[in-house]
Design a binder for this molecule. Structure first.
Ligand SMILES: Nc1nc2c(ncn2[C@@H]2O[C@H](COP(=O)(O)OP(=O)(O)OP(=O)(O)O)[C@@H](O)[C@H]2O)c(=O)[nH]1
Ligand SMILES: [Mg+2]
Length: 217
């Protein structure tokens, strides 16, 4: 049964929770915004990225994780994050905020440029340890998400599904979306076998995600 293969990530144990808390309570600094592969910082540390459709809540999630309201620029205007933004978390990790995909109203040339950069980054970054693929709990996995999941399969980057904006839906809708996401993930060999349900607004799943990032090696 596919529903058994992608359970929600368990609450972290005390060790992992504390490790996550300490890491994210420490320094977080914006490093740079990158618009071409040539601008990437040296691949000298472990890195995780946040990918997802425009407006899914990538920047908000980074702000919630780091407890800094305006570190990553969150916005009501879809397509706000137009660069690959690097944040240094302590001295041995990068958090990477990616431009959203599937934003139909941006000029075509701009969309093509973002997509090329996103693809090059996801496929070619040696130090990328995990890609968190964010899925809006209201909408589930969409066609554009499937394209990214296929790309990640081909790139051999482990990805983990993170549901966002859980505070915006009923428990019944949330459970329906979880089931839809589980079924979609079952078709992807690169999927990490646990999903995380989050709300940047209310804090759900944030400690769990901190612990996951802090305990990656
Ligand atoms: N209620 C609620 N709103 C959220 C949550 N996360 C994000 N939002 C809102 O959703 C909108 C988009 O959030 P962003 O974090 O800017 O989304 P993004 O994925 O970074 O968007 P792009 O950079 O345009 O791709 C903002 O208005 C946020 O306040 C959440 O957990 N709960
Ligand atoms: Mg953003």
């Amino acid at each position: 049964m596919s529903t058994l293969r992608f359970p929600q990530a368990p609450d972290p144990d005390d060790f992992a929770r504390e490790k996550g808390r300490l890491l994210f309570a420490g320094p977080v600094d914006f490093v740079k915004g990158v618009v071409a592969m040539s601008g990437l910082p040296a691949p000298d540390r472990l890195e995780v990225c946040f990918a997802g459709r425009s407006n899914v809540g990538k920047s908000s999630l980074i702000n919630a994780l780091t407890g800094r309201k305006t570190l990553a620029r969150a916005s009501n205007t879809p397509g706000r994050t137009q660069e690959i933004n690097f944040f240094a978390l302590g001295t041995d990790r990068y958090l990477v905020d990616l431009p959203g995909y599937g934003y139909a109203e941006a000029p075509l040339a701009v969309v093509a440029k973002w997509q090329a950069l996103l693809r090059a980054y996801l496929a070619g970054r040696q130090t990328l340890r995990r890609a968190f693929v964010l899925i809006d709990t209201r909408h589930g996995v969409k066609e554009v998400d499937r394209e990214i999941l296929k790309l990640l399969d081909r790139s051999a980057v482990t990805f983990q599904a993170v549901l966002t904006k859980a505070d915006k839906v009923s428990v019944a809708t949330r459970d329906d979306t979880i089931a839809q996401v589980q079924a979609a993930l079952a078709q992807h060999p690169a999927a990490y076998p646990e999903i995380v349900v989050t709300s940047s607004e209310k804090g759900d799943g944030i400690e769990t995600l901190r612990a996951i990032i802090a305990t990656l090696v």
